[in-house]
Each structure stands twice: as structure tokens, then as C-alpha cells.
Design a protein around this ligand. Structure first.
Ligand code: GLC
Length: 469
């Protein structure tokens, strides 16, 4: 009771206190250098114009959907290890056998509006779907190859037309993934060595001219405005010359379309893609994105139930935004055309959080601090990247005059302590509090101490806004 009363008085006094608080100019006990970045397009006016929406968007839906959802991770009765869309490669399935999955692919439950609505409900602002993955099967109507969903499956519909329309209706930007180098269906595509022999003996140029370029032309010509093309696994065949050609093709057909990071050597991409599921340990400059799975696969696998928890996803979202990136989170629909119910449930829960706290995410900038990311643990991951001992108590994102502390570890003593804030502090409140009732604040030599209610307001993390001058 006494505690409540104190808090109440403190809250009343808060506006008075706030105006007199100038936080200290001391820096945290150590600072972490921003991560270097790989080269991207220079900030030309064209680049700046086309990337603007993407810098605001922060959160997108990735969809890996293809005929690999028919075997769904199982070949000849055996579970095939690894990511689902790689089953043809991992099990070395001959083209003539893999092709048969097309005849069994009839996703009658596919509902473009339901998919786009799910993305919207989760708080995702763009959607990127596999037009053609490494298996070579086009999920759109293609004149360049009959190996496509309209001509080679009993479905006979072009789901990409429907999805493009469903996204447009909701103001969700629509983009395509396209595997430009690997194509396990074609003798001269990269990757299928079990049917077609070593890659270095192939006439890749034939594949590039006869399938890749015509299909990239199709996806940019037949589906309205395309937000971005997400190229992948360039291997060594995407020389600067070919990568340049492809980039030019995209930007000629649709000047506002972004080219993602994995296009090829000497790439002129619009933004960089981190490794799959990799989040850099600290702030990284430049435009970048972490593509990530909801379980352990991209393409649907019936036996993969290793779902990430909504809290973990919300943490990763704020973590990524606080480091300057975008989060492209994947779902893998089934061969019937449904996004797995578990994925739907998880995304709905994430959406409850983004709906209440979106201001801390969309268009938000990086943390001015850094100490919250912890320190290098001395260990590296399998690719030699440093692993940090990263506390998960809170993350900070910013907008002019505002610091957003997404607090995952809600204080038990009624006080949230920020690192020292260099700007003059005007006040603090909870983002999800509709009244934005001022919280009592006190400047200490360790930072700003904010009196907070016993419990947070939203699941997983409550956002405390600190307003500065
Ligand atoms: C990879 C894989 C692939 C997946 C992608 C998503 O590089 O080859 O199957 O589409 O990452 O980021």
C-alpha cells in the first residue's frame, strides 16, 4: 500500500522532476565499435528513394513454398536431415523422380488473402515469396519453362497473381525470392551433380540466358510493382559481369525494386543479407536484414516442431532493430496451401505485441548505448563469428527526441535504470499506456532511474519511452 502511494505521488511529481533532470554525459563503462559492413550501392538518389520504405518497414514475412512441401522432409520413408527445401539435394533425388512431386501438388486450401492477412496481423510490412528455389520449380506461370505451377501441377492456378493482389489490397509490399545460380532441374544450372555431373563442366551461361534472365524478366513484368528480388546462393558463377547484368535488368524493368544482398560478386545490391538466422552482436551500419526461420527449416517439414517462442521472436525483432537491421521471418506452407497452424498462432501472438508497441519498431533507429549487448564471450560460432555473452534484459531503439526501452526483464524493485543519457530528459511513460501517464524519474550517477509499476503492460516486453530534448 505504502509502496503504491509513494509511486502515485512520484507520478504526480514526475513532470516537475522531469524538467529539471539533465542526464549525465558519461558514457557506459565500455563502448563496442559498430560492425563493419560489406559493400553496398553507394547512396545515390535512386538508391535512397527506393530503400526509404524498407528502412521504415523493419519486419517482413518470408515464405518458402514449393513442391518440396509434398515430401515435407521424408523420402522413401526416411526422414531427410537438414532444411526441407533442400530435400532433392540432400537425398540426391533424380530429376525424373523429383518431378513427380509436381503431379501431387494441388494446394486447394491456398488462400492468398489469409496469408497476407496473417502477415498484416503479425505487424509485417512486406512479404517475400519463393518464385523459384534451388529445385528449379517455378511457383508462377512461366513461358520460359514448363516446369511451373500452372503447367505442371493439377492446381493450374498462379498463386503469385493472387498473392500480389492480396498484398496490394493491404498495403503490404510484395517481393520475390529467386535462385539465380542453383537450379537442380536444369543440366546447366548449378548444384545438381548427381544427375548432371560436376558444376565446373557445365555451360552456366546457357542456363543464365535461357532460364534465369527470362524468368526474372517475367516476375518483374507480370505481377505489378515488385518491392524487391531476393537472390540467393550466387556461388562462383555470379561473376561481377553476370551480377551486374541481373541488377541492371531488375532496375531497368522496375527502378523502385530493391535488389537484395546475395546477388553475386562485386554486387550492387540495395541492402545486405546477414547469414541465415544470424544476428550481428552489436550495431551494424548500412542497410541489412536477418532472414530467419520460425523452426529449423524454411520449406515445410512435417516433423519439424522446434518452434521459436513468441517472446524469443519479439526479442529478436527489437534486438535487430536496435542494431540497425530488418527482420525477415519465414513461414513454410504445406502442400495443401496452408501456413502451419503453429506458425499462425505464434505470429498472432507476436502481432499482439507489435500492435501495442509498433512505434518502437517501425522507422526506429539504433541504440545510442551498446552496453546492453554484453561482451565477446571469447568463443566463436562455426563460421568464426564472435559469440557475445548477451544479456537479454532490454533493448533500446530510437526516434528523434525518443528512446524506447523494450524491457524483457521487468524490474522487481519498481525501478528501471537506464545507462547514462547524454541528452536532457523531459519525461518517461509506458508506450502501451493510452494516457502516457508520466513516470517518476530520478537522475543517478549510474543513469536515469525510472519508477515503474509492479507489472508491465504487454506480454514479453513493455516499452518505456524516455523523451529527450
Ligand atoms: C539459404 C538456403 C536456402 C534458403 C535461404 C534463406 O542460403 O540455400 O534454402 O532459401 O538460405 O535465407
Amino acid at each position: 500500500m505504502r509502496h503504491r502511494l509513494t509511486l502515485g505521488i512520484a507520478a504526480l511529481l514526475a513532470p516537475l522532476l522531469a524538467s529539471s533532470v539533465t542526464a549525465q554525459t558519461t558514457t557506459p563503462d565500455y563502448t563496442i565499435p559498430a560492425q563493419p559492413r560489406r559493400p553496398q550501392s553507394p547512396e545515390t538518389p535512386q538508391h535512397a528513394a527506393r530503400i526509404g520504405w524498407w528502412r521504415q518497414a523493419k519486419f517482413g514475412m518470408f515464405i518458402h513454398w514449393g513442391i518440396y512441401s509434398v515430401p515435407a522432409g521424408v523420402y522413401k520413408g526416411e526422414d531427410v536431415k537438414g532444411i526441407g527445401e533442400w530435400i532433392m539435394n540432400h537425398a540426391k533425388i533424380p530429376v525424373k523422380d523429383y518431378e513427380k512431386y509436381a503431379a501431387d501438388f494441388n494446394p486447394t486450401k491456398f488462400d492468398a488473402d489469409a496469408w497476407a492477412q496473417l502477415a498484416q496481423d503479425a505487424g509485417m510490412k512486406y512479404l517475400v515469396i519463393t518464385a523459384k528455389h534451388h529445385d528449379g520449380f517455378a511457383m508462377f506461370k512461366s513461358e520460359a519453362s514448363p516446369y511451373n505451377i500452372v503447367d505442371a501441377t493439377p492446381f493450374h492456378r498462379d498463386p503469385m497473381k493472387e498473392l500480389a493482389a492480396a498484398c496490394a489490397k493491404r498495403g503490404i509490399r510484395f517481393g520475390f525470392y529467386y535462385s539465380q545460380a542453383q537450379d537442380w532441374h536444369e543440366p546447366n544450372g548449378i548444384g545438381n551433380t548427381w544427375d548432371f555431373g560436376p558444376d565446373d563442366k557445365k555451360d552456366f551461361e546457357q542456363y543464365f540466358q535461357d532460364k534465369c534472365i527470362p524468368q526474372v524478366t517475367e516476375i518483374l513484368s507480370n505481377y505489378g510493382p515488385i518491392a524487391l528480388v531476393w537472390f540467393d546462393t550466387p556461388r562462383n558463377v555470379m561473376t561481377p559481369e553476370r551480377a551486374g547484368k541481373l541488377e541492371k535488368l531488375v532496375h531497368t524493368l522496375q527502378p523502385n525494386c530493391l535488389v537484395s544482398g546475395r546477388i553475386g560478386q562485386g554486387s550492387k545490391s540495395d541492402y545486405d543479407s546477414e547469414g541465415d538466422n544470424h544476428i550481428p552482436p552489436t550495431v551494424r551500419t548500412g542497410d541489412w536484414e536477418t532472414p530467419a526461420t520460425l523452426n529449423d527449416t524454411w520449406g515445410y517439414k512435417a516433423h519439424d516442431h522446434n518452434w521459436k517462442k513468441p517472446e524469443d521472436l519479439v526479442f529478436k525483432l527489437t534486438d535487430i532493430v536496435s542494431k540497425g537491421g530488418n527482420y525477415l521471418l519465414n513461414v513454410g506452407p504445406t502442400a495443401e496451401g496452408e501456413i502451419p497452424p503453429e506458425s499462425q498462432q505464434i505470429l498472432h501472438e507476436v502481432g499482439i505485441w507489435t500492435k501495442a508497441n509498433g512505434e518502437a519498431i517501425y522507422g526506429a533507429g539504433v541504440t545510442p548505448f551498446g552496453a546492453e549487448f554484453g561482451k565477446p564471450s571469447g568463443k566463436n560460432d562455426s563460421r568464426g563469428r564472435p559469440i557475445y555473452d548477451a544479456p537479454k534484459d532490454w533493448r533500446c531503439t530510437t526516434k528523434p527526441g525518443k528512446l524506447y526501452f523494450s524491457v524483457f526483464n521487468w524490474p522487481t524493485d519498481g525501478k528501471f535504470l537506464t545507462p547514462p543519457i547524454t541528452d536532457k530528459v523531459k519525461g518517461a511513460y509506458l508506450l502501451a499506456d493510452p494516457d502516457h501517464k508520466p513516470l517518476a524519474i530520478e537522475n543517478t550517477d549510474k543513469g536515469l532511474s525510472i519508477s515503474v509499476p509492479e507489472k508491465g503492460l504487454t506480454p514479453y516486453a513493455t516499452v518505456i519511452v524516455v523523451e529527450t530534448e
